[in-house]
Write a protein that binds this ligand. Structure first.
Ligand code: 5GP
Ligand code: ZN
Length: 113
C-alpha cells in the first residue's frame, strides 16, 4: 500500500534500523522504545493486523512468530521476552500494517494495565 508507513520501510523508502530479514518478514528497532529491547517484526506483505495476516498468509504469520523468538534470542533475551500485537485503535494499534512488538530487557507487569 503506497500510503502505509511500514510498507514504505519494507520498500526502503523510509529508513529504519533493520536487525533481521527473511523471505517473509523484516524486523527493525522501534522509533520510540518502551524497553531496552523494542523491535518490530512485520510481514513484507500488507495486511492490517495479525489476524488478517494469519487468515490470508499463514506461512508468513508463522514466520513472524518464529522470527520474533530468534530476534529475542539474538538480543540475549530468548528466555524472557514479551510479544505484543495491538489490534484495533482502542487496543493501542496506531500503524495498520501487521506487526509484533518484541520487548525485552526489563520486567513486565501482568496484567498489563
Ligand atoms: P502500534 O501502536 O501500532 O502497536 O505500534 C506502532 C509502533 O510503530 C509504535 O511503537 C511506534 O513507536 C512505531 N513507529 C511509528 N513510526 C515509526 C517509524 O517511522 N519508524 C519506526 N522504527 N517505528 C515507528
Ligand atoms: Zn503496509
Amino acid at each position: 500500500m503506497s500510503d502505509c508507513l511500514f510498507c514504505s520501510i519494507v520498500a526502503g523508502d523510509i529508513p529504519a534500523t533493520i536487525v533481521a530479514e527473511c523471505e517473509h518478514t523484516i524486523a527493525f528497532r522501534d522509533i520510540n522504545p518502551q524497553a531496552p529491547v523494542h523491535i518490530l517484526v512485520i510481514p513484507r506483505i500488507h495486511h492490517p493486523d495479525i489476524a488478517s495476516l494469519a487468515a490470508a498468509e499463514p506461512v508468513a504469520a508463522a514466520a513472524l512468530l518464529t522470527d520474533a523468538r530468534a530476534i529475542a534470542e539474538a538480543e540475549g533475551f530468548g528466555h524472557a521476552y514479551r510479544l505484543v500485537f495491538n489490534t484495533g485503535a482502542e487496543a493501542g494499534q496506531s500503524v495498520f500494517h501487521a506487526h509484533g512488538h518484541v520487548l525485552a530487557g526489563r520486567e513486565f507487569s501482568w496484567p498489563p494495565g
